[in-house]
Design a protein around this ligand. Sequence first.
Ligand code: AMP
Ligand code: MG
Length: 311
Amino acid sequence: MNGESMEKVIQHILSKEMKDVLMVQTSALKAIHDYMWKHEILQLMPVMLSSVTDPLSHSVYDSSITYAGQKLELTKSMILHKQMSMMRGDLKGIYIISPNIRLEKEHLGETGRHLLEFSQVDIELRDAKYKDFMGFTEGLYSYIFKFVKKKCKEELASLERKIKVPKKPFKIYESAMELKVEYGSSFDLELSKKEKDLFWVMDHYREFYDREDPVTKRHVNYDLVYPEGFGEALSGGERETDYATIIRKMGERKTDLEKYKSYIEISKRGLLKPTAGGGFGVERLVRFLTGRKHIRDISLFPRVPGEEIVL
Ligand code: AMP
Ligand code: MG
């Protein structure tokens, strides 16, 4: 660390617009909690250390640690724990505001959307189909936008940001697979630049836990994408519950079965219940609501891939 980088960090913490950003963030979080309360969705506390975590569908640097001889993973997302909490069967749904550690490759620092450490609002709904979760999320986003627009008039004016409450239902693109052929691998970003409102993209080839329809072979999952070039907001899907299917999909993805043995055991016992869910990053939401260029601009202590962490 040199004097110049320390100076930059101090100026960042003291920056004029940070208070407005924090007010928008706090209002958005209040709206999220209120919406969950209204829908009787219960909040879990996050876990940060576990024997299993999200395998993710892209590669990151290893962040495992050893404690008392046991290798533990730092949480990449709480997807597997969400599924395991829902085996109770008496919860209508759950949510967690969960710190995620993903040691992303350095080049992602330039996207403006990636941090090494961020907070995910992770939701799972019992007996839900994709349409139920999408409807629930559209309601949630409309509620957040309305609330922030009403409560943060002054802050939004000084940030020079106008919030438009999204009209429901959101537009749906049915096939990520086809979009990839037409627009290339960053199809969501290309569409995000063109679209004026939030929209969905369905049917992504992803991790073993997203359900695949055995008849149509479609991946019953979705991404929600912000307009104006802000890119991905949320990912989720209906979940796979069948042991044999999970094992087959793990095989196709070359998953290390030994690493996931506790999760596999739960599925083998038939304890996984049909659910659908998804998760969105708090920082990406706040970046969109405040219209800032880089996710760094809305984080008081940003951990940007490839950058030194001074404080
Ligand atoms: P994923 O399951 O990888 O799609 O992550 C769920 C959500 O978390 C994404 O839709 C983003 O909103 C957010 N997210 C994922 N990775 C990052 C990151 N490196 N930095 C900030 N937010 C992220
Ligand atoms: Mg995603």
